[in-house]
Ligand binder design. Structure first.
Ligand SMILES: Nc1ncnc2c1ncn2[C@@H]1O[C@H](COP(=O)(O)OP(=O)(O)OP(=O)(O)O)[C@@H](O)[C@H]1O
Ligand SMILES: [Mg+2]
Length: 455
């Protein structure tokens, strides 16, 4: 590949996040960060860009990069992934496609008209170029929406590349055949910018009904008649059209755009003015925008709550798992403790039994000991009594002997004293002067002399 041609579009500061945003017929779209801004990078299928289409590819990329309009998705640059010779097309990031939006919710009519007006504006820009740029794959897939529901046409040039590829593969229909006018479905198609006007008519039906207007067969054979009859394009989509209220203001425009002959179709600029007029009669978009924004915010909130819910649910599952594990662990522990307890109880019962036995035998021993002691005491008491009595008797005998001896001695003393007194008295009687005094002294002495009893 001639990298030189795309050199001015090379993005130096780009990081791949690895997040896939979606897949289409021509490649994969992933998220990338360019100088801090989130962008979308499209990797085209290698089969589309082969030797004979490389030059054409570069031309288309350069052409696309030169188109700058608020309703055309901006091609920011290119990027060569490691070990790849094919560049990725890096575009501004848009949060959702019109197809996703129509599948997801029922938009207010004004909003639908506003989106169709944006698409018409983008097409006006492309068809206003000299020579006109024909998109050739205008479907709801290739209309992307901003968060405030502004619409932008994407994949400019991609179908043109694919067409080159298809021509080499001997297929002729450009873009999605379901939104192609009859002239583009011929063997050697000759078409112009009115091809996009036809696709725009299909897009009106898609937006109004919310369903992709799949056409019925292009030709039918009437019973008994030859050859096949071509079915008008409008009639091929009648099953969808009948779902649109007859009073819908855009129905005549859709029919006009789906005219079989290109020359009968309006220019896109006329369509743009028509839609603009219809929209101007609708109540102010501002309120609708506000409501949509609020709805979007509410939806985002619900998403956040759901995510939170999911996290909580996951946490709950984790906690329940933990609790189950804990319960199992505790149950096992309780069982083991019960086992130990029962073993200890048995041990305790056995010990109690043994203790009781010991106490009983001790009690018996005690009783026996008491009885023996009483017996001993009695015996001892009797012995002591006897010993004491013997001792007392001996003592009595000893005392009695002593008393007897003392009495005898006293009697002897008394006799002695009496004899001495008698001697003295006779002496006194012999000495009359001294007698009275001496008698008195002697009497006093006799009185003061105690009766000594030894022992
Ligand atoms: N610029 C972008 N920003 C964010 N997402 C995008 C962008 N371009 C495409 N996508 C996402 O990538 C998906 C695939 O896009 P792609 O253009 O490859 O296929 P398609 O247009 O949806 O389908 P097909 O090409 O088959 O008609 C889209 O549906 C959209 O969700
Ligand atoms: Mg696309």
């Amino acid at each position: 590949m001639d990298r030189g041609q795309l050199q001015p579009l090379l993005l130096p500061d780009l990081k791949e996040t690895g997040k896939e945003l979606g897949r289409g017929a021509y490649g994969v779209v992933t998220e990338v960060i360019v100088s801090g801004t989130t962008c979308a990078a499209k990797k085209l299928h290698p089969a589309i860009i082969q030797g004979y289409t490389l030059k054409r590819f570069c031309d288309e990329v350069l052409l696309h990069s030169q188109q700058r309009h608020p309703n055309i998705v901006l091609l920011i640059g290119v990027y060569y992934p490691r070990r790849s010779k094919l560049p990725m097309l890096v575009m501004e990031y848009l949060p959702l496609s019109l197809t996703q939006c129509l599948e997801r919710e029922e938009l207010p009519l004004q909003m639908k008209y506003s989106i169709l007006l944006d698409v018409a504006k983008g097409l006006c820009y492309l068809h206003g170029k000299r020579p006109p740029i024909v998109h050739r794959d205008l479907t709801a897939n290739n209309v992307l929406l901003t968060s405030s529901y502004s619409a932008k046409i994407s994949d400019l040039g991609v179908s043109r590349l694919a067409d080159t590829f298809k021509m080499h593969e001997l297929t002729t229909a450009p873009g999605n055949a379901m939104v192609m006018p009859p002239e583009a479905l011929k063997d050697n198609p000759v078409y112009d910018h009115k091809l996009d006007v036809f696709s725009y008519g299909c897009l009106i039906l898609h937006v109004l009904t919310g369903q992709f207007p799949q056409p019925t067969n292009q030709f039918v054979q009437e019973p008994g008649k030859e050859p096949f009859k071509r079915v008008p394009e409008w009639d091929r989509r009648s099953s969808y059209i009948k779902n649109i209220p007859k009073v819908n203001e855009l129905l005549p425009l859709a029919k006009h755009c789906l005219s079989d002959a290109p020359s009968s179709r309006p220019e896109i600029v006329d369509s743009y003015h028509f839609v603009e007029q219809v929209l101007s009669k609708c109540p102010k978009m501002q309120n609708v925008m506000q409501l949509m924004k609020e709805k979007e915010a509410a939806k985002k909130h619900v998403c956040e709550l759901n995510a939170e819910n999911e996290t909580l649910r996951a946490e709950k599952v984790e906690i329940e798992k933990q609790l189950r594990a804990d319960r199992e662990r505790l149950t096992a522990k309780v069982a083991s403790l019960q086992n130990t307890l029962s073993l200890k109880e048995n041990e305790f019962n056995y010990c109690t039994q043994v203790l009781r036995e010991i106490i009983r035998s001790r009690d018996e021993q005690l009783v026996k000991l008491q009885e023996d002691n009483v017996e001993l005491l009695k015996k001892r008491e009797a012995d002591l009594k006897e010993e004491h009595l013997t001792e007392l008797a001996a003592m009595k005998e000893e005392y009695e002997a002593k008393l007897l001896a003392a009495t005898i001695e006293h009697k002897q003393q008394l006799c002695e004293s009496h004899r001495e007194s008698e001697v003295r008295v006779s002496e006194v009687l012999k000495e009359p002067v001294k007698s009275s005094q001496a008698l008195k002294d002697t009497a006093a002495q006799q009185q003061s002399t105690p009766l000594a009893i030894d022992g």
